[in-house]
Ligand binder design. Structure first.
Ligand SMILES: Nc1ncnc2c1ncn2[C@@H]1O[C@H](COP(=O)(O)OP(=O)(O)O)[C@@H](O)[C@H]1O
Ligand SMILES: [Mg+2]
Length: 265
């Protein structure tokens, strides 16, 4: 099993010592070749769970009262940091909601791609540059050689998102985590970016796709989980069936709302 989340709790402790439980007793699995969609309203714990997989939540305030996150059998919550850093960007690619979560404002985008490649692969500077330009082209950035010299803020939000997708996918990760990858984008660009992700990830990788958009899930996911108040309240191995007959009353509300919005648009 590529990813097995077992009995996971994620909590945050604030400066006063108060504890907020963001995820409670979460159990999820994801195999190679599958796309697991996690849906649920804002604050339901989707990011807490997905960011924990690569231990990307600042800790403190985040901590893990219980549970394991097994990536090919290895617990990412307890593995030594250097081991984890070796996996990030290589075995696990992450697409954040906000591109600045993974792009540094201080460096040209080409340099950032080259640096990430050379951190993980024994490659000459030149070969890494070629791979970067190839990927900037693949994600639909015009004039890659010119754009590689730009700083992130010189690109539009949609273009930044494309760079981040290149960064997340170029080393062929086994696991792709995309946390609301299109939420910050114009509706017209959202579909393009999703299509790109769908085309460019390796077919035998596993994708964890977090979204509040049920339409996206029904297009892309092979299975889904609904979260509410930190808990997984329903799972389905058949997103299309889920869409016609959700079981949990809360899921029924979500589906009704999604269908209503579809009619309006
Ligand atoms: N750094 C933090 N400190 C305190 N509480 C947090 C922090 N991050 C998230 N939370 C809380 O955890 C809960 C789940 O948040 P999150 O995982 O971001 O949900 P989602 O991604 O579904 O919107 C929310 O109540 C949120 O306010
Ligand atoms: Mg979130």
């Amino acid at each position: 099993m590529l990813l097995k989340i077992e009995d996971l709790d994620v909590s945050f402790r604030n400066d006063e010592g108060d504890v907020k439980q963001a995820a409670i007793d979460v159990n999820l699995t994801l195999d190679r070749g599958e796309v697991l969609g996690i849906v649920g309203e804002s604050g339901s714990g989707k990011s807490s769970v997905s960011m924990s997989v690569a231990r990307l939540l600042p800790s403190p305030p985040a901590f893990y009262p219980k549970g394991r996150i097994l990536l090919d059998g290895e617990d990412t919550l307890t593995m030594p940091l250097p081991r984890l850093q070796g996996l990030r960007g290589k075995k696990v690619g992450v697409v954040f909601q906000d591109p600045m979560g993974s792009l540094s404002p201080l460096h040209r985008i080409g340099e950032q791609l080259v640096e990430t490649i050379r951190l993980h692969e024994k490659m000459t500077e030149k070969a890494a540059e070629e791979l970067s330009l190839e990927w900037l082209g693949k994600v639909g950035i015009p004039d890659p050689a010119v754009k590689a010299k730009a700083y992130p803020h010189e690109l539009s939000g949609g273009m930044q998102q494309r760079v981040m997708i290149a960064m997340a996918l170029m080393l062929g990760p086994d696991l792709v985590i995309a946390d609301e990858p299109t939420t910050a984008l114009d509706v017209t660009i959202q579909a393009q970016v999703l299509r790109l992700m769908k085309e460019l990830h390796r077919a035998n990788s596993g994708v964890l796709l977090i979204t509040h958009d049920l339409g996206v899930v029904s297009q892309m996911a092979t299975k889904l989980a609904v979260m509410k108040d930190g808990r997984v309240i329903e799972t389905s191995d058949d997103p299309k069936a889920f869409f016609t007959s959700p079981k949990h009353p809360y899921s029924q509300g979500l589906v009704r709302e999604a269908k209503r919005m579809e009619l309006e648009s």
